[in-house]
Design a protein around this ligand. Structure first.
Ligand code: SAM
Length: 401
């Protein structure tokens, strides 16, 4: 019989303690209550088929269910992102909380935060996920968390009003139920996708609508059901795609593909490139004809498209031309300098508009948290306010200070 060397097998309690320490070191956990919740809930019990090291990895999600194309439709979210969102939520003992998008683990963390006087409801659109969450919650000793099978678009009216509503799938819009089911002084934390880029936004009530209290970069599986994203996508060629949720933007895949074959125009802004998530939000909301350009590693390695497009980059497009952001090392601009790559007959004009925005952001808004995001529910006004995006249930309007 071979002896097992168990010196490398880590004990889950030790891994959990390391995780909490690292979450604090990285400023994802900033309060004692959230630290205590992460220390208390056995994360590995919500990922029973997963190696312990993966279950306790701060930045990795644990796959739970994939669709027919192999894309994740349910994962246990990364601990780092869960911590950031729980801090944004500011949950206190005794609160009533609704989680939209289940898995069990995050609901258990919330149960720790609200304590025995509080109440947690978690809703998921997928029966497999609800059943799995129920089993994990019961096994881990969180039988008091209520699990519901439904499309979260309608919230869960039976338990309203909620002091906190936390959405854990990328939402394209904010349905009336989420505002209607929120307590007067409640807070909605939602990963909202605007122009293809997602931020976890902590919203407070503001009149009939909502105003942001904080926002952080977030990546989530998309919301399914009634509230699923409304976006157009065009594959230009293998490994290059453009998407937009703005109805006014032309999306001619043949002409844009042709543009990519034309010589590139490259211009540098002379201003720093940093805080990429802040810059991305600014560009996405300010470009006059916005889209998002995606390119695969092969295409980037081949030199056709810059690496900025690997995770998607805000692009300015016309019927036959495209411009997008790039960067280069430059000590004179604090390490990196932003620039623009443009292709097609209108590349000069598109590059000019893009460069203007890169410079305006660097000069006036280059800091964390410079944006305020509002959600104004109801029918759209005849002219949209500046920097706003039309949704089904209202508009998202962003201002910078
Ligand atoms: C990232 S997972 C949730 C992670 C979970 N909160 C945890 O504890 O780690 C996102 C979940 O949202 C669910 N979902 C997607 N669209 C939904 C909808 N319209 N209503 C309710 N749940 C939805 C998916 O089925 C998926 O299980």
């Amino acid at each position: 019989m071979t002896a097992i060397d168990d010196s490398t097998v880590r004990d889950p309690d030790a891994l959990r303690a390391d995780m909490v320490r690292a979450l604090r070191d990285q400023d994802a956990v900033t309060s004692e209550s959230v630290a205590a919740a992460f220390a208390a809930v056995p994360r590995h019990q919500f990922a029973p088929d997963t190696p312990l090291e993966l279950a306790y990895d701060l930045h990795r999600t644990v796959p739970v269910k994939k669709d027919e194309h192999g894309l994740d439709i349910s994962v246990m979210s990364a601990a780092h992102l869960q911590a950031v969102m729980l801090e944004q939520a500011g949950i206190e003992p005794g609160m009533k909380v609704l989680e939209i998008g289940s898995g069990g683990y995050n609901a258990a963390l919330i149960q720790e935060l609200v304590g025995s006087d509080g109440a947690v409801t978690t809703v998921d659109i997928d029966r497999d996920i609800v059943d799995r969450a129920r089993l994990c919650l019961d096994d881990a000793g969180y039988g008091q968390v209520k699990t519901v099978l439904a499309d979260g678009e309608a919230g869960v009216p039976g338990g309203a009003p909620y002091d906190r509503i936390i959405v854990t799938a990328a939402a394209w819009d904010i349905p009336p139920s989420w505002i209607g089911e929120l307590a007067e002084k409640g807070r909605l934390v939602v990963p909202l996708t605007v122009r293809g880029t997602t931020r976890s936004i902590a919203f407070h009530r503001d009149g009939e609508g909502l105003v942001s209290h904080s926002y952080r970069l977030a990546r989530f599986v998309p919301m399914q059901g009634e509230g699923a994203a409304k976006e157009r996508k065009a594959l230009l060629r293998d490994g290059v795609a453009v998407q937009t949720d703005d109805e006014r933007v032309p999306l001619d895949s043949e002409a844009l593909n042709h543009a990519l074959d034309s010589p590139r125009l490259l211009r540098w802004s002379g201003t720093p490139y940093d805080l990429p998530d802040e810059l991305e939000l600014y560009l996405a909301l300010n470009l006059s004809s916005p889209a998002r350009l995606h390119a695969s590693q092969d295409v980037v390695d081949g030199g056709l498209v810059e690496a900025s497009a690997l995770l998607g980059v805000p692009a300015l497009i016309s019927e036959d031309s495209i411009a997008y952001r790039t960067r280069r090392e430059n000590e004179d601009t604090d390490g990196f300098e932003s620039g623009v790559v443009a292709h097609g007959p209108q590349s000069e004009a598109l590059a000019d508009e893009y460069l203007k925005l890169l410079r305006r952001w660097a000069e006036n808004h280059r800091r964390r948290g410079a944006a305020t995001i509002r959600f104004l529910p109801g029918p759209a006004p005849s002219t949209l306010p500046e920097n706003s995006v039309l949704k089904r249930h209202g508009i998202v309007a962003v201002s910078w200070h």
